[in-house]
Structures are given as C-alpha cells and as structure tokens.
Design a protein around this ligand. Structure first.
Ligand code: ACM
Length: 618
C-alpha cells in the first residue's frame, strides 16, 4: 500500500514538511459543562441505551458516596479510588442516605432475569444512583460513572442528567498478553488489568508458555522455569557488551505472584485464562525436560521467532506430566477455562519418529492430526474432571473434538464458523482483525510491528458473528478477543502503544449493540478517552493522531502538490509561513499547489490541543 508520508521523498527537496500531532476540544466538550450546555457523554464502550435528562449533578467537596452491604461498599470504594487516581476529588463513603449523594445499590430481587453484568444509572440534579443485581453490573455502572466524571480536563465533575440501562452484547470480551516472548512484570500486568476493567473487558488470556519461554512456576517441575524460563537472545542482544559473556533473557511468575494477579483481576471482574501450549510451541518445556520431546537432540529455548517443529510426544509419561502441570494450574486459576494451545503444530517430528508412529497405532490414530486430537481429548477429560473447560486455537477442530471444547478462531473466522455449526462454543480472534502486534498506521513513527496494517477502523469494523451463521447457532459465539504477541514488542511502552487505543475499539464491539456502533461517533468520543489515559498514566499510540503528508513535486515547474490527511479522518490544519499550526489555521480541503521552496507545517485537530509537543521547524 502507498505510504502517505515518505521520508525519502523529502530528501534533497527545497521544501520542509513538518507533521505535528494534535487534538483539540470540540464544541461538546465536558469541562465547561453547565446545566444550560449539557455534556454529550463520551462513553467507551457506548452504552446499550441512554436517555438525556434535564440539568446536571455537580460533584463537590460535600458529595458523599453511599452503599449498603459488603459488595456495594466494595464497588463504591473502587469508584472513589478510580476518581482520585484520575485527578478527581476524594469522596467519603457513607452508609447514610444523605442528600448530594452517589448511591450504589445492589438489588437481588426483581432484575433476576438480567445479565449479571447489567446495570442502570440515573443522574438527576438531586443525586446519582447506580443499581445492579450483581456486583459485576454494579462495577460496570461505576466505570460508566467514572467515565462521566472524567470528561473534563481536570477530572471535571459536572455530570449530565441521564438514564442509562446497559448490559454487554457478549460474555467474552478478551485480551491476550504474551509474556513468553517479552516479559511483563506483575505491576505491568496489573496496569493492563486496570485498563481492561475501565473498558469493561472481562477476560485476560495469559499466554504463559511458548518456544521462547516457560513463564509459570510449576512446583513439581522446577526446571520448567529454571531452564525453560531463560533464552539467550539472538545477535548482540545475547551478549554482555563488556565481557562478551552470554546474557540470558529470563522471567517467570511465581505461584504467589500468579495468585496475586488472579485476585487483582477478580476484584475488577476479570477472569484470567491461562494457556499451556501443546503439542507445539513447546521448545522451552522440552529444553527443560527432554523426555517430553519427540527427537533425541537436546534443545534450548528458542532465541528466534516463528514456527518450530518441536512437539511434545504423546506417550503416557508425557500425558501424566501435562496432567500434573494442569493439576497445579487449575489450583491457581479459579475461572472456568484453561487454554491448551494447539496451534501451528507442524508434524514433521511425529512423522519421522518410530515411537510416535507406534503410539499412533496404539491409540488408533490414523493421522498425526488424530494423534494431536487424542492428546486434546485426554487433556479435556482431565480438565473436565477438575470442573474446567478446555479451550484451544482453531487447529484443534482438525481432529475429533469433544463437544464441550471451545474453539478460539484465529486463522480468520472460518474455524469459528465451522466450530459453531458443530455445536462448539467459539471466541473470535481473527489475526487479520484483532491481532494488535500488526502496525496500526503507515506512519514512520510506528515502533516495530508485523508489517501489515490493522488500523483502528479495521479493529472497530470487526463483527464477531458471521452473517452466514444460522440463527440457531449464534449463541455459540461467546465473544471476541484481541491478541498482543510480543515478538516485536520489547518494552511496556510499546505494548501500551500497540494496545491502545485499538483495545477501546475491541471493547466497544464486545459491549455495545451492533446496531449502535458508529465509527464516526467513536472518533468523536475518543479524544476524551485519551484524556482519561493521560489522567491515569496509561500509554497509547499517538500515531493515529498525526497529520500525514504526501507530496508530488514538479522540479521543472518549481512546484509541489501537497496532500494532507489524518488516518482517523480528523481535520488537518496547516501553515505555509513556518508558524506552528493551530486549530484556527487554514483547514486542508484539497491538494495544495505550492511554489518551491516552501515550508508546510500541519497537524490533525480532533479537539484543539496537541497530544505531544510538536517538532520544531528549524
Ligand atoms: C497464533 O497466532 N499462532 C494463535
């Protein structure tokens, strides 16, 4: 595809083209809200229903948060803490029903038919009430209220009168983190969990094992992390620059740390789904315990990326080993699902192994894929015996699959469609729509990523329920998930860049009724969401907010044609006198025919303020 801003094209030209990033406030902004100028709520994800009321409620120093009972009091405390963490006022919590109050009410009775994640929110000039039948719904009501209370510049606290009745479209609203390639600390994982909760996402898929690293402590098999938890990075990164000694890249989570993360997530109504990937993506495990492998050659955890042929064998001692691992895993993760991987298991080693060929005959597997199916079936049985459900990547459909197994469709949506038609539950996670390791813009300022574009628009446009899926099977689509593989994502700053704001689009698809989704309206609400990210210290990509420049010069005529754009369609303003553009500078409407030499400075304005300092023109 054409790169709209080509640095090379500028070399040697007698023009200077500077591209600034910027956003400014629209007329509907929150900070200046009054009763006569009501706020247009900038909620992400958009609620199922919202009716505007008359007037507004102002949170001031005397406002109290009231709750009765342990669960409502917990949610009230979380709301108050999120408000102060975003720079808002510190509100006292009371169980008295005073005036000027924000009430959190857990109603167990009449709303029993509603989703446990549903809530209602009423704001009137006299007070605010959040109601739900379950603590989860009450929490999401608190998140909506927090978003309304953080629409202004400094945690602005004028809330528009309104009535919201809200519930999610999908039960599985997921995000996958990959600490196997590049590791995230416990604090970083918690930061992601908080960000997920503030987007009403509810499932964290934790990809804990892969060729490059085994990241979960298993008490019975300490070498999984002692040996499998370290790799020697390829190239210079693998050597100490002073001594030339190997410099391993290591990391794993202790079981105590995992319990801590799982508890932290549960407090925010996020279920953590662990992944132990077999039979492929298992090099680190085989390096630690060679008897698990299918070849005699010793292995080390991989230092490169890609698909490796190293598969665990499917003999009884290996199945016992895996059951023992899962036995510890199911103790650590109280959620329903355990992910067993199953992707990209190329079968060369099994084809060449006399022992695996004998094992195939023994278990009645006609093909190597059937042997993988046998392994999946055994693990499914083990997990079911411990009250758990198995989920795996869509390759598991290529063999006989227990009906209770759930399929995560990643090679497009076809696997998910087929699985749903067979009666399996499905999570849609297609690599061409929801993989956040792909670049999100064509800007030269993108950090490293997989070199195809998955833009914010692409992510937003993804529809998890294929239109061709029969109505009777649609309930099998549990929801959607975005995956952030970290081969190219070495730092937490880059991880946040790749995740946000695209995860906001995933959140809206997961929560908001399909008929209410509207990308133009999403981009209207997005700058307010970015202010919240700034307020809580969450990193995000600025590249979608840059102005892009494409040029065509005619040296003979001494002219240049300049086209300005913004990837999200925000208006671009520019100057040609070297001055910094503002939201009142000329707006780009059609290609500019300019005489060389010329300096064009341009910025995209969504809400009138720059999101990062503009580069200097000299
Ligand atoms: C995958 O991306 N290999 C699931």
């Amino acid at each position: 595809m054409k790169r709209p801003f080509v640095r090379r094209a500028l070399a040697g030209m007698a023009i200077t083209l500077l591209v600034l990033a910027g956003c400014a406030r629209t007329g509907s902004d929150a900070g200046a809200a009054t009763a006569s100028a009501p706020i247009t709520p900038a909620l992400i994800p958009a609620p199922a229903t919202l009716q505007a009321g008359e007037g507004s409620f102002v949170i001031n120093a005397d406002t109290r948060v009231s709750a009765t009972g342990a669960a409502a009091t917990r949610v009230a405390g979380q709301f108050a803490a999120y408000l102060t963490s975003a720079g808002g006022p510190a509100l006292a919590i009371t169980d008295a029903d005073a005036k000027n109050v924000i009430r959190f009410v857990l109603e167990t009775g009449d709303a029993a038919a509603a989703s446990p994640e549903a809530y209602t929110l009423d704001i009137t000039p006299d007070g605010v009430t959040v109601k739900a039948r379950d603590e989860r719904g009450l929490f999401y009501g608190a998140v909506t209220l927090w978003q309304l209370a953080t629409q202004g510049d400094k945690g602005g606290v004028t809330l528009p009168a309104l009535h919201i009745e809200d519930a999610p479209r999908f039960a599985w609203r997921g995000f996958m983190l990959d600490p196997a390639r590049h590791f995230q600390t416990v604090d970083e994982v918690k930061k992601i969990i908080d960000a997920m909760a503030l987007h009403k996402l509810n499932t964290l898929h934790w990809h804990l094992t892969d060729d490059q690293g085994w990241r979960i402590e298993i008490k019975q098999y300490p070498k999984l992390t002692e040996i499998g938890g370290c790799r020697i990075p390829a190239g210079d990164g693998g050597k100490d620059p002073k001594t030339g000694e190997p410099r391993p890249y290591c990391g794993f989570y202790t079981q105590d740390q995992i319990r801590d993360v799982v508890k932290y997530a549960a407090e925010r109504h996020i279920t953590v789904v662990p992944e132990i990937n077999v039979p492929g993506h298992a090099t680190a495990a085989i390096a630690a315990y060679p008897e698990l492998g299918s070849i005699d050659t010793p292995l080390v955890p991989s230092s490169e990326w890609g698909v490796f042929p190293n598969l665990v064998n499917v003999e009884e001692p290996t199945i016992t080993f895996l059951e023992n691992v899962l036995g510890e895993v199911v103790q650590l993760f109280p959620g329903t699902y355990v992910h067993i991987g199953g992707d990209e298991a190329v079968k060369d080693q099994w084809e060449a192994s006399a022992r695996e060929q004998a094992r195939m005959r023994q278990v009645g597997a006609k093909t190597e894929m059937d042997l993988q199916g046998y392994l999946v079936e055994r693990l499914e049985k083990y997990l079911a015996g411990h009250g758990k459900r198995l989920i795996g990547w869509d390759e598991i459909l290529e063999a006989k699959l227990p009906p209770e197994a759930t399929v995560m469709s990643w090679r497009g949506i076809e696997g998910g469609l087929k699985a749903a038609r067979q009666g399996h539950d499905v999570v849609m996670s297609p690599s061409n729509k929801t993989y956040l390791d792909y670049l999100q813009t064509a800007s030269p300022n993108e950090p490293p990523g997989r070199p195809a574009l998955i833009t914010l628009q692409d992510v937003y446009a993804f529809e998890p329920v294929p239109p061709e899926l029969e109505e009777s099977q649609r309930h099998h689509i549990l929801g959607l998930q975005a995956n952030l593989w970290t081969e190219h994502t070495r730092t937490f700053a880059r991880l946040q860049h790749n995740a946000f704001p695209r995860l906001a689009a995933v959140a809206e698809t997961g929560w908001t009724p399909a008929a209410k989704k509207d990308f133009a309206d999403f981009t209207r609400r997005l700058p307010t969401q970015l202010k919240r990210y700034d307020a809580i210290g969450l990193g995000y990509a600025k590249t979608p907010f840059e102005a892009m420049i494409a040029t065509e010069d005619d040296r003979k005529a001494g002219t240049v044609k300049v086209t300005l754009s913004n990837p999200l369609g925000y208006p671009v303003h520019y100057t040609t006198d070297g001055s910094e553009p503002t939201s009142t500078s000329k707006a780009f409407a059609s290609p500019l025919d300019l005489k060389l030499p010329v300096t064009v400075r341009a910025a995209a304005f969504a809400e009138g303020r720059a999101w990062r300092p503009p580069p200097r023109s000299s």
